[in-house]
Design a protein around this ligand. Structure first.
Ligand SMILES: [Zn+2]
Ligand SMILES: [Zn+2]
Length: 307
């Protein structure tokens, strides 16, 4: 009886392992494709904004569930005391970025754009073009955020977390977010793509952004050669700048591959993530930090040396 139970148990656990293996392999493409299907339905029904919100709720629910059942690192499942700051940054960013987009459109930049003919391309071709073109701006905005010390003060807010999970997705200093939008959106608008294509590019950016930060054990394999995946983005969050100053791509790894900043070590896992600089725990102090960076870091270094 004991042997049968053990055999049954082992069969059950091997079934569970089999399902987990399948779930790890299909999670990333499955969630991206299912979100895209929901958005496509929205376009067909003429309610793309509503269906985009539904698709985002869909991916958040699945990722919350997967972080519990298919977690990548158990130590990242514990609270880090940053939930309120993460959510406050997310809400502030969302509001200000939308305001910036409305302001850019209000300048009439689109009215003066020369017709490029791209808007007549098939939608799928426009979306691919839009992803590649906007990625160029996003790549350099992100790379400058790491390699130009003055911008690093802002981007450090995103990198200061000691764990990755889906709530980190919107944790950016608002200046950092505005910089990314300014480097990519006007460029995207001037390409002459249709508004539908721009909505698709923005939606895919939102889906891939949340996927890259989740604490879910996804196996993306060869997809990591083309797309930004959780595996690649974890290396980007490494505390060691020699490793972290790579994988700047937001959606695609094309520009990393071309400019020599692509970093992947299959079979190995990043150890410590975070930053070596001091980051205060409170939201308002994090907002103010870039403007008093030297003073705060010097004080922190003094305390560190004294200790
Ligand atoms: Zn970064
Ligand atoms: Zn990140």
């Amino acid at each position: 009886m004991t042997g049968a139970t053990r055999a049954g148990g082992s069969r059950a656990s091997s079934h569970a392992r089999g399902w987990a293996r399948v779930a790890r392999a299909v999670a990333w493409p499955g969630l991206l494709l299912s979100c895209s299907a929901i958005l496509a339905t929205g376009f067909a029904l003429g309610h793309e904004t509503l269906f985009f919100n539904l698709s985002y709720a869909w991916i958040v629910c699945w990722l919350l569930l997967a972080e519990r059942t298919l977690g990548y690192r158990a130590d990242w499942q514990r609270p880090d005391g940053q939930l309120r700051a993460d959510l406050a940054h997310t809400v502030l960013n969302k509001g200000l970025v939308q305001l910036l987009i409305v302001s850019i459109l209000a300048t009439g930049v689109l009215d003066h754009a020369a017709p490029t003919g791209l808007g007549a391309w098939p939608l799928a071709a426009q979306v691919v073009f839009g992803l590649v073109a906007s990625e160029f701006g996003l790549y350099w905005a992100h790379r400058l955020g790491h390699e130009w010390p003055w911008l690093w003060r802002f981007h450090a807010v995103h990198h200061s977390v000691r764990k990755l999970w889906l709530v980190n997705t919107g944790r950016f200093h608002f200046v950092d977010s505005l910089e990314s939008v300014l480097f990519s959106l006007p460029f995207l608008l001037l390409t002459g793509l249709s508004m539908d294509a721009i909505v698709w590019v923005s939606a895919i950016t939102a889906y891939i952004g949340i996927l890259t930060h989740c604490n879910v054990d996804m196996r993306c394999g060869a997809l990591s050669l083309v797309f930004n995946t959780p595996e690649l983005h974890r290396w980007h969050h490494a505390i060691d700048p020699a490793i972290g100053n790579n994988n700047y791509g937001e959606n695609l790894m094309l520009w990393d591959q071309l400019f020599g900043t692509y970093y992947r070590r299959p079979g190995l896992a990043v150890d410590t993530i975070g930053i070596a600089d001091y980051m205060p725990p409170g939201f308002l102090a994090q907002l103010a930090l870039p403007f008093r960076w030297r003073r705060v870091q010097a004080a922190f270094a003094g305390v560190d040396e004294a200790a």
